[in-house]
Design a protein around this ligand. Structure first.
Ligand SMILES: *Cc1c(COP(=O)(O)O)cnc(C)c1O
Length: 357
């Protein structure tokens, strides 16, 4: 006899990690291609010498550094084992029964439906617009008295599209203030919109807004698992209550502090990535792909039913990309030679005939 497991877990889709194949170019997980900065590597090595000691469960050093960097009080910052852990903890602090609803756009970050079900709540999904952008009016209209939490992924993973500040503020004005709105800004550092949506600024006067950012993307520490939430102290205190003890490890805390100190070096690199992003998108659009403008470190090819097949063909050509069901394919921006390899696959006459014909 096997032990009894919650039957509702049967319906949870297993998280699909990006593929990885020895020798192939990996453009499937939105990682950065550059290893940690020397200062971060040194901090990791030093922290490793104390690996026999528990880390600081309050994450005091990193929270202090983040509070200073963001211009907020210490009590406005929580740190998690990646911001995906904070997504789950946000469901845990807002939802208590299956009648509680978590609202988000679809397609969006694939962790949202999973953390919602793990939290025993009900997911309500609102389709993106035809342009693959958040439909904020429809999202606001979908709020009911059962809505406890709304995820707004901006820029949106996997479509790369972003909404501007004015639109976002209008949306927040339309949402009742007892509903917690999570602005997931995992790709914040890559945004170049004129109407720059900065969730931390927008959230200053709105206690029902919490912002998520991460060290996994522009800060290049995906392997160490550290992300953070910025919000009202009441929300942060609740997050600390459901936090798995010591889940932000010593190496992660040290590396994040060092990377934050050296952020100018890391943020300079995002300019190069943005240049590559525009080059890749322009080439794909010129070839006939309907790629929406991206404000993140990836582009989206809405290939519908042909998505999986495109992913297989790309893998055979030595480039791993990420197909999402029958919606499309996400391609991370890598180094120029990696992007070139993808473009030469995607632009080949037989590939164009097969997938755009
Ligand atoms: C990558 C990503 C995250 C978080 O990643 P962590 O590695 O868990 O910090 C959160 N939200 C979105 C939309 C992402 O794409």
């Amino acid at each position: 006899m096997t032990a009894q497991i919650r039957p509702d877990l049967e319906s949870i889709p297993a998280y699909t990690p990006g593929r990885s194949n020895p020798g192939a170019v990996k453009l499937a997980s939105n990682e950065t291609t550059v290893p940690p900065l020397p200062a971060a590597a040194k901090a990791i090595a030093e922290a490793a010498e104390l690996a026999h000691r528990y880390p600081d469960n309050q994450v005091t050093g990193l929270r202090t550094a983040l509070a200073e960097f963001l211009g907020v009080g210490f009590e406005h910052v929580a740190v998690g084992c990646g911001s995906v852990a904070l997504c789950q903890e946000l469901v845990q602090i807002t939802c208590a029964s299956p009648s509680d609803e978590v609202l988000f756009a679809w397609r969006s970050f694939e962790a949202y439906p999973i953390v919602t079900k793990v939290g025993n709540a009900t997911a309500v999904q609102v389709p993106l617009t035809a342009g693959q952008v958040h439909d904020l009016d429809a999202l606001a209209a979908a709020v009911t008295e059962r809505t406890k939490l709304i995820f707004v992924c901006n820029p949106n993973n996997p479509t790369g599209t972003a909404v501007g500040k004015a639109e976002l503020v209008r949306f927040l004005d339309a949402v009742p203030s007892h509903v917690l709105v999570v602005l997931d800004e995992a790709y914040y550092e890559y945004v170049r919109l004129a109407d720059h949506p900065d969730g931390v600024e927008i959230g200053r006067t709105r206690p029902n807004v919490v912002v998520l950012r991460t060290f996994s993307k522009a800060y290049g520490l995906a392997g160490l698992r550290v992300g953070y939430a910025v919000g009202d102290p009441a929300v942060i205190t609740a997050l600390l209550k459901v936090h798995i003890p010591f889940s932000v490890n010593r190496l992660a805390q040290a590396a994040a502090i060092a990377s934050l100190e050296a952020r100018h070096e890391l943020l300079d690199r995002t300019d190069l990535l943005v240049t590559e992003r525009e080059r890749v998108r322009d080439a794909l659009v010129a070839a006939g792909y309907a790629v929406p403008p991206s404000e993140a470190n990836f582009v989206w090819l809405p290939l519908g039913a042909r998505s999986a097949e495109f992913g297989e063909a790309s893998a055979s050509a030595g480039v791993l990309v990420r197909p999402y069901g029958t919606d499309g394919v996400r391609v991370t921006i890598g180094d120029p030679h990696e992007n070139d390899l993808f473009l030469s696959f995607a632009g080949a006459p037989e590939v164009l005939a097969r997938f755009l014909g």
